[in-house]
Design a protein around this ligand. Structure first.
Ligand code: SME
Length: 150
């Protein structure tokens, strides 16, 4: 998908999510809706979900895709996003030291922290079977989308 098409699709998806989640203030309902929409609107998304900070561990939340690791202890891409409080883009997961492979078909990944005020409450994780598929456009829009949660 070229950059222009991708940006236009994210704008439409953002507006759709914004309209839908007006119905509730429940973060879990908002997260489930975000995952259902994102996962089906982008062909290159293979696994889409949230991990929540829970008792100093990242624990699986709502997701779509193949069976996920339930608990992430302390390493990997999700923990890097949590610890740095910044979006992490991994063009090739095989080259990321400590990457946790829940499904060996995943080749690239983006993880976006979810803030409530200054605290990271969760991370949004998206995996793709395609190498080097995520860029600054995905990062910008996913960051805007997760701002709608809290
Ligand atoms: N790859 C992640 C683990 C979660 S799965 O991709 C669903 C990581 O390294 O943190």
């Amino acid at each position: 998908m070229d950059r222009k098409k991708k940006a236009a699709r994210y704008l439409r998806v953002y507006q759709q999510i914004q309209d839908l989640i007006l119905q509730t203030s429940d973060p879990i309902s908002k997260m489930s809706t975000i995952i259902a929409i994102l996962h089906h609107k982008f062909d290159y998304y293979f696994w889409t979900g949230f991990y929540h900070l829970n008792d100093a561990k990242l624990t699986i939340g709502c997701y779509q895709g193949s069976l996920a690791c339930l608990v992430l202890e302390s390493k990997g891409v999700c923990w890097k996003a949590k610890n740095t409080q910044e979006t992490v883009i991994v063009p090739d997961v095989h080259k990321f030291p400590g990457h946790i492979a829940c499904d060996s078909r995943s080749r690239s990944e983006i993880v976006v922290p979810v803030f409530k005020g200054k605290n990271v409450m969760a991370v949004l994780d998206v995996d793709s079977k395609e190498l080097d598929i995520f860029d600054d456009i995905d990062a910008k829009w996913l960051e805007k989308i997760v701002e709608l949660i809290y």
